[in-house]
Design a protein around this ligand. Structure first.
Ligand code: GLY
Ligand code: MN
Length: 462
């Protein structure tokens, strides 16, 4: 974990946000896979981890904004736990590591909260996403599970988003460790992209690299020759010469910070002309996205500028037509690029998505756009130094979407459907890098995973 002062300073920053009452941060608990004692790999809640640092199940942290006190609740281990799990650090000692003096048994959390409610003070909490914590919060607060989300504290959400959005130097160092593991995962996948290899073998091998790096993957690996399916977790096919393989994968560092890269390679190591032409457009889009990324720029405008690069490139190839800016204004690019340019990244690969995308990615000035494609943009607001974001343009040929648009004449003024039809078995290409917004511009995080098409061909060919 980080130094004790890191957690103390983060809680202090939260206390300076003008809230009253208390905030409850439930940590996660072990989640059974098929029976109680056979659990999924434990993943702590990210906001708990951020403010209370302890990567241990069954805890809850409380910050009292009125008195300035911090509390930790959890149960000490008994002899049976020690027999099965080995010697354990007492709760009090763990609490000290993160600068919390007051700690008690978990049941005391219920007393503290009911006392706070009786005093007429506010109890803030973040939107829960795990069943176990929803049940616990229902009991703790007397709010029915189905109303927990809408009763979560917007004031607390906004304060936490404000603080977690700006990454500290220590956090950036952690993300760069995750990037280093991500680099190894991707170069390994490239080398394995040979005809006859089972996709799952590659996915499993690179997942192993993440685990061997000390963390888990930052999200379930996306790896497929059907890269037109944006989040394709089906790795059941055998690689075929000439197909494109999309790999979207990243690791968590030991302290649970994420990386998230996507690369697309030709199986066997030779792009066809058609593939290379589309690849070059996506690469230009990616480079343009990075070049435009700097403080004060709305990521929505970067997304739209990148969409223009994509539409312009596709127009040059005869797939789109008409005025490029008008095509993008009408959302015509979204036939090929039906997702957002990127998202915040940190302790979560889609950082703080549990708190609500509207608070993380948008603000009073930049509101979400209700148009197919751009509506999926997770981050639209103005960039600030310290933001860590992804830049992940793509071009996809999704047969069902092509047919729908053609049959319904959607954006027919901007699409050459006959030409598009020639690409219906193309698959997809996505290229994703992770970026830190700096005081003056931006920089890529980690060593850039090979992206130049000649270099990619060389690596795949070995
Ligand atoms: N890497 C998966 C995603 O960004 O959605
Ligand atoms: Mn991503």
């Amino acid at each position: 974990m980080f130094e004790k002062s890191t957690y103390e300073n983060r809680r202090k920053a939260l206390k300076n946000k003008g809230l009253n009452g208390i905030a409850v941060f439930p940590g996660n608990i072990d989640s059974p896979m098929n029976y109680t004692d056979n659990t999924y790999h434990f993943r702590q809640d990210s906001s708990f981890l951020y403010f209370f640092g302890l990567d241990i199940q069954g805890l809850a942290g409380v910050i009292d904004f009125d008195s300035g006190e911090d509390f930790l609740f959890g149960n000490d281990f008994d002899i049976a736990d020690i027999i099965w799990m080995g010697p354990q650090v007492p709760l009090k000692e763990n609490a000290k590591k993160v600068g919390v003096e007051k700690c008690s048994a978990f049941s005391k959390l219920f007393e503290l909260v009911s006392e706070t409610i009786k005093q007429g003070r506010k109890v803030h909490y973040l939107p829960p996403y795990r069943g176990e914590n929803k049940i616990m919060l229902e009991k703790l607060l007397g709010i029915p599970i189905k109303l927990l989300k809408e009763n979560a504290s917007v004031q607390l959400i906004k304060a936490v988003v404000d603080i977690r959005s700006i990454k500290e130097p220590g956090e950036i160092a952690e993300i760069e460790k995750a990037c280093a593991t991500g680099y190894q995962m991707h170069v390994t996948a490239m080398k394995m992209a040979q005809p006859g290899v089972w996709e799952q073998k590659i996915a499993g091998t690179i997942e192993g690299i993440a685990l061997a790096g000390g963390g888990m993957t930052a999200f379930p690996i996306i790896l497929s020759q059907n890269g037109e399916t944006l989040h394709n977790h089906d790795h059941s096919k055998i690689l075929k010469e000439g197909n494109l393989m999309v790999t979207d994968a990243g690791a968590e560092s030991l302290l649970h910070y994420a990386s998230d890269f996507t690369r697309t390679v030709p199986v066997g190591g030779k792009f066809t002309q058609k593939q290379r032409e589309i690849y070059e457009i996506v690469l230009a889009a990616n480079n343009h996205g990075t070049a435009l990324t700097k403080p004060g720029v709305a990521y929505l405008s970067v997304h739209l500028a990148v969409a223009e690069i994509i539409a312009g490139g596709l127009k040059d190839l005869g797939l789109m037509k008409g005025d490029v800016k008008e095509a993008v204004r009408n959302g015509a690019h979204a036939l090929f690029f039906p997702h957002g340019l990127g998202h915040m990244m940190g302790l979560d690969v889609h950082d703080m998505e549990d708190l609500g995308q509207i608070y993380v990615g948008y603000d009073d000035e930049i509101r979400p756009v209700d148009q197919f494609g751009t509506a999926y943009l997770r981050l639209g607001r103005k960039l600030q130094p310290g933001f860590v974001i992804t830049n992940e343009p793509g071009i996809y040929f999704i047969p069902a979407l092509i047919d729908k648009w053609k049959n319904e004449s959607i954006n027919a003024d901007f699409i050459n459907f006959d030409k598009v039809n020639e690409y219906r078995n193309f698959g997809g290409i996505r290229l994703e890098d992770d970026i830190l917004v700096t005081e003056t511009g931006s920089r890529l995080l980690g060593e850039r995973v090979p992206i130049n098409p000649d270099e990619i061909e060389k690596i795949v060919k070995g």
